[in-house]
Design a protein around this ligand. Sequence first.
Ligand code: GLN
Length: 484
Amino acid sequence: MNPYEHGEVFVTDDGAETDLDLGHYERFINENLTQNSSITMGKIYSSVIEKERRGEYLGKTVQVIPHITNEIKEKIYGFEETDTDIVITEIGGTVGDIEGLSIIEAIRQVGLEKNPEDVLYIHVTLLPYISGSNELKSKPTQHSVKELQSFGIKPDILVCRTEIDIPDSIREKLALFCNVRKSSVIQNKTADCLYAVPLMLEEEGLAREVCNHLKLEKYIPDNSKWENMIENIRNINKENTVKIAIVGKYTKLEDSYISVIESLYHAGFANNVNVKVDLVDSEKITKENVKDRLYIYDAIVVPGGFGNRGIEGKIQTIKYARENKIPFLGICLGMQMAVVEFARNVLNLKDANSAELEKNTKNPVIHIMEEQKEIDKKGGTMRLGAYPCVLKEKSLANKLYVKSEISERHRHRYEYNNDYRQKLEEAGLKISGTSPDGLLVEIVEIENHPYFIASQFHPELKSRPNKPAPLFVGLVKACLKKEV
Ligand code: GLN
């Protein structure tokens, strides 16, 4: 998945590399999802091909219908074995996309195979707003419903994305032309705060409609905690704002850093302050212009990434944050570059680098470990998913997490090189988190700096609006010049 096209790669506890939707789901429902929550056509096709090779189709011709569609249904039905009550299957894309045809066909069959009251189709559409005539257009929705019906699916509920309130006349029109009850036309209006959307949908009666369709009794949701959270967010004084720069290379598409951005907002909620985030292109940062480009920010984040592009700009950024005592958080590649920067400029190892970026560097302060090379030969190359990390007593990390052992998610191939551990620590780059066996360095930090911390894991993957990630909370707190 290319971050330019798909946005960030989200990683679950059990190591699935998924698209960013799963990150939103986790942030909204505060549950850890798993491999089973993400189905790609790649997984479906490879499973069908493997089955064919094993002879499981008994020599039959393998076709999209029924083999691919059966495989998709098996994934959905797979949850029947668990204690799951309701399976929500979200299908991406647009009705009519060639990519989606087999999936639409599979869910049509699900509707036929299960009891009618056990299956519900919700169609999410866009009502374009024409500002010149101040009107909403229902035509595209009518057309996509028609298209769905031609595939044999009748939507029960329409969730309509809109910029303005949907007038009653349009709700009636949608109900009539799309063959849904008027109460099942649900408005999903652009909200002032993303996290207020579930409350808005509740007010619109989405859950009521779902429960009616699925014949579920008595639903009495208690949203009071969430409501309080939204109220607190809305009450944050607009004047009270900190500015934070994310210095990375995928700056053209905000979705590439969506979890990092959301984590900064969550940390803002926790500190009762607005956070304004700018994406700054690391390729454009040089030794000469780093100060001009970054002096306006209260804090700097250097996020994860792969490959050489924009690397020297990241190193200049970290040097600037370290020397000028600007609050700094490095994540994954950002942590690795913090180690490289420190080795080059404090230990004076001018050619220090990560082996990923300079294969033959004489000072590979970041490298692939021997054990890892063995795994590499077998094909599995990345450390993926949640791993435990033990925190050093009284360190900044320990203070932030208020515990001695944590679990955070990883997605990387390279590691801190232990040969440099002693020298780096003696010079002031302290290790405050390692794997339980002490072999893998997970967090580094600098004392006598308002806030300089970097982790090999991705703390943003576990941050939630009502459970912000400690490393981000500390960063925003440091912007307010409060002691962390
Ligand atoms: N490219 C680095 C590695 O593979 C860092 C990866 C990341 O930032 N997610 O180790």
